[in-house]
Design a protein around this ligand. Sequence first.
Ligand code: FPP
Length: 232
Amino acid sequence: MPRHIAIVMDGNGRWARRRLLPRLAGHRQGVESLRRCVKACAARGIAVLTVFAFSSENWSRPQDEVSGLMQLMGKALVREVPQLTQDGVRLRFVGERSGLPGAMRSALEQAEAATAANARLQLNVCFNYGGRWDIAQAAAGLAARGEAITEASLQTAMSLAHAPDPDLLIRTGGEMRISNFLLWQAAYSELYFSDTLWPDFDEAALDAAIAAFCARERRYGLTSEQVRGAPC
Ligand code: FPP
């Protein structure tokens, strides 16, 4: 089983358009799908789930969609945190906080504090996040402290240093790209692309992704024989 699953939750807009609904209706349904996925991961013993909720590039979307997503996040926090607390989910937000409105920043901090003692599942929500930003902020932090920039020091300065690297990276919605998500951490992640739009990504779709992961051989640069322990 993967210890850490990361997901690019793509396809909300198309889900809505197919139903002649505004894009925001797709994002609302996306929140429902995320709630279902969190429960499913907890039930399957997954330790860490990391999701891409709002990228550094998403600010360039139409203004009404951006403000709608911000409002959705604010409402989701108020509504979901009590249940997450009850379900043993520890919530962490990963991304550039200085770019967020002050009220949003304190809402994120409160949600993190309210769930800090939970240990069943760690949920990392990447919000105002970009993989390049993450590498740059890690390097800038090390440089400011006069520390050497090495693979090991960067690893400890990355925004997901508290979690193991993702074993399985899923992207829904049919596109096959990384889109500036977890560029550093996904070095050895198994990639899984699903045509299912995020609002339709249910337990069966998650199980199919996990089954595909379990059938992979992870070699980390070694040969198949080395991994299987056979003589060369
Ligand atoms: C990509 O689908 C999805 C997003 C940019 C937002 C993902 C957000 C959620 C699932 C809701 C949880 C997050 C918050 C903020 C509470 P898309 O809009 O690019 O879909 P498309 O490719 O079909 O247009």
